[in-house]
Each structure stands twice: as C-alpha cells, then as structure tokens.
Design a protein around this ligand. Structure first.
Ligand SMILES: [Zn+2]
Length: 165
C-alpha cells in the first residue's frame, strides 16, 4: 500500500488514510501556562475557560476509486448544552439515536481556504466510534470533497502535503 512520492522522490511504505489534529486551534495558540490555567484536554474532549467546548470527530471523504474513505480527525466546538449531553451519553449504548448537534469546525486543515469556523453537523456514533462531522452545504473545497468524494490521486496529494507540509 506504499506509493512513489512526487514531493521527495522516495517510496513511502504506507499511504495513511487518516490524519488528525492533536488539539483545537484555540488550544494550539495558547502557551503551556495558559493551558494549565484556562483549560483541560483529553484525547477526545477539550474545555477552555469553561466557555469553549470541543470534541474530536471525523470528517470522512469518500474515495471514489479506493477501498475505503479518507478521514480527517478534526475538532468541533459545541454549545455547552450539547457538550454536556454528549458527555452524559459517552458510555451509553444506543447513543447514536441522538439528533445531530451543531458544531463549528475548529481544526485548521491544509486547504486553499481556511477550514476554521465552517458550519457542521455532528453525528453521534455507536460506542467506541468517534462522531462523524458533516459539513453544511458550502462552496468550500473541503465541503465539496466530502459531498463529491476524492480520487486516490488526491489522497496521495493530501498525504504528501501532510508529510512534507
Ligand atoms: Zn515524500
């Protein structure tokens, strides 16, 4: 499953189909001291100033000529109420029957236009699966790719950008 990289000219052993951001954009802008004072973060949740509530989800891009979808792990901000609700249901079987939550995308993904603060719907998944993030219909390249799918050639382009960006 490797590929010849046009950026560095080497063969890479793997073509990863999932990339993530370690924290919401706001968190990444804060100093260590600020983080300690103002917030808390786990692998899937983050709170800043008891005012900004984030969870980690997945933006799936169908790959039209490939075996599986490509996935951006990305953070979205939720209202306090929806964040509390999601936390309450964290370990509850059947939680996927929850209606979608509104979320603002809070991860900066490598696209020609900023991906910050795009409007999304956050769909709760069965236990053990991170929520799915659906972009609202918009003429943003990421939203178009989610709607129309991408090719394996585009996957290689994204992977090269992330590996060498
Ligand atoms: Zn390379």
């Amino acid at each position: 499953m490797g590929f010849d990289c046009t950026t560095c000219g080497q063969y890479h052993d793997e073509l990863p189909l999932c990339f993530g951001s370690p924290a919401p954009a706001l968190w990444l802008q804060m100093s260590e001291a600020e983080r300690e004072q103002r917030g808390q973060i786990s692998s899937d949740q983050c709170i800043v100033d008891n005012e900004h509530y984030f969870i980690l989800g997945r933006v799936m891009l169908p790959v039209v000529d490939g075996p599986e979808s490509f996935c951006w792990l990305a953070w979205v901000s939720l209202s306090r109420e929806n964040f509390r609700r999601a936390s309450e249901l964290w370990h509850t079987a059947g939680r996927e029957s929850e209606p979608p939550y509104f979320g603002w995308l809070q991860s900066s993904l490598p696209y020609s236009q900023s991906t910050l603060s795009l409007r999304t719907r956050v769909l709760t998944q069965p236990l053990g699966e991170r929520p799915l993030i659906e972009l609202e219909l918009a003429e943003h390249p990421l939203a178009i790719e989610q709607r129309q799918g991408i090719t394996m050639a585009r996957v290689r382009e994204i992977v090269e950008a992330v590996l060498h960006g």
